[in-house]
Design a protein around this ligand. Structure first.
Ligand SMILES: Nc1nc2c(ncn2[C@@H]2O[C@H](COP(=O)(O)OP(=O)(O)O)[C@@H](O)[C@H]2O)c(=O)[nH]1
Ligand SMILES: [Mg+2]
Length: 398
């Protein structure tokens, strides 16, 4: 990662060419602002963005712009050139390895911001720059920790969202997200928005595990800002270049949702159960395939069970334990997970025998209780033996 220091540009009075006196602030005075702009190959947009920001930012709002850049083109050089014309400080943080994509870039920016407010906006002018002072002003006036620019309240619109397919996807994603996080997203009509202002003091940067585009969702669910406000905005057309969002980004979004939703042990256990249920499908499919190729049905049972185990492993790794994979090598995790899954079968039979013989349960009740017991034990054992940090604290080398 390479980092340029702030490019120092003191505000200048265009009449006298001397540093300008700050305008008389209206009460209450807004705090300082760091504008964080993630960029990925936006060379055609950054100069226009800076010029529109220069026109929009009032002199009494101390503002600096930090581009967090993962570009493979000359965007950083274009920013540096355009910054020479700006009356506010502009910096570029170029990342050699774009971890976490857009969300990761924003978190990198947040970690460096020391101002009272952070404003996050896209570089392609789909987020109108003239709204920056309004977002911060609304937060200052209402005492909110987070002010979201929303397309879904009166006065807002998603005009610039190209095509009915993208509108439908955006609407569906919004419904799904609000349904999954009704409490965390109370008062936020547009959790998919990438344009918002947040008080730096309300962000716990170390708690953030961003993945892909939905950084506002990450911030609201993990940091739980106490007070939230919204300002309507009209989503504009892209000024230049093309959207970087792909179908893969959609998959990342679903993974991100699962990771956020399974942050508590209870939610993780429910997810673990659902994944386990879904494992019946590959298990039965493999059984059908193997018996049709002439394999003995008992051998086929054992082999097909492994297909279910592998399916479960891949899903829980991606959806439930994404942040905890680095404590052990993948082969180590697979071996432990498979052992636990197979031990589950072995444990269940003697347990059923105990429930029937010693506790006087009927066979069905004993089987149901054994299933629940081994499920809970397997979940706890998976957490403890596969995904908890190792006692020695040694991380695997690769
Ligand atoms: N730093 C960084 N910025 C990104 C990345 N992907 C997209 N962006 C930026 O995030 C903003 C929104 O991306 P865009 O492609 O316009 O998404 P869309 O508005 O959903 O079509 C733009 O400023 C992009 O340059 C990334 O991987 N890293
Ligand atoms: Mg865009």
């Amino acid at each position: 990662m390479s980092e340029d220091l702030w490019t120092p540009h003191a505000p200048v009075d265009p009449q006298t060419d001397l540093p300008s006196a700050p305008e008389a602030a209206e009460a209450p005075a807004p705090g300082s602002v760091t504008l964080i702009v993630p960029t990925f190959n936006e060379a055609g947009n950054v100069a226009e963005l800076l010029s529109r920001l220069a026109a929009a930012l009032p002199a009494h709002l101390p503002c600096s712009v930090l581009f967090v850049d993962d570009s493979t083109d000359d965007t950083p050089a274009v920013i540096e050139k355009a910054a020479l014309e700006c009356a506010f400080p502009v910096a570029v943080l170029h990342r050699e390895s774009p971890e976490g994509g857009l969300g990761g870039a924003v978190v990198e920016g947040i970690k460096r911001a020391e101002s009272e407010w952070i404003v996050v906006m896209d570089a392609d002018l789909q987020h109108p720059p003239h709204l920056v002072p309004e977002l911060v002003g609304e937060g200052t006036r209402t005492g909110a920790d987070l002010v979201v620019a929303s397309r879904y309240i009166a006065g807002g619109s998603r005009a610039g969202l190209a095509g009915s397919y993208r509108i439908a996807v955006s609407r569906g994603a919004t419904w799904l997200t609000r349904g999954l996080f009704p409490r965390a997203l109370r008062g936020i009509s547009d959790p998919m928005s990438g344009f918002f202002a947040m008080r730096r003091s309300a962000v716990t940067a170390d708690a953030l595990r961003p993945l892909g585009y939905k950084i506002l969702l990450e911030l609201t669910v993990r940091c739980r800002p106490a007070r939230v406000a919204e300002v309507p905005f009209v989503f504009q057309d892209r000024y230049s270049g093309q959207s970087k969002s792909t179908a893969r980004e959609g998959l990342r979004f679903l993974t991100h949702l699962a990771a956020l939703r399974s942050a508590t042990p209870l939610a993780r256990m429910i997810g673990f159960g659902l994944v386990g249920l879904s494992g019946f499908v590959p298990n039965l499919a493999a059984l059908w395939l193997l018996t049709h190729t002439g394999m003995n049905y008992l051998l086929a049972e054992v082999a097909a069970n492994q297909a279910g185990v592998l399916w479960n492993f891949l899903l829980i790794e991606t959806l439930l334990f994404r942040d905890r994979r680095h404590h052990r090598h993948r082969a180590d995790r697979i071996a432990r997970f498979t052992l636990l899954a197979n031990a589950d079968l072995l444990l269940r039979i003697p347990l059923i025998a105990v429930f029937v013989a010693s506790w006087g349960f009927g066979v069905l009740a004993a089987t149901a209780l054994a299933l629940v017991t081994t499920f809970v034990v397997r979940f706890a054992a998976t957490e403890a033996l596969v995904y908890l940090p190792r006692k020695t604290g040694r991380a695997p080398t690769s």
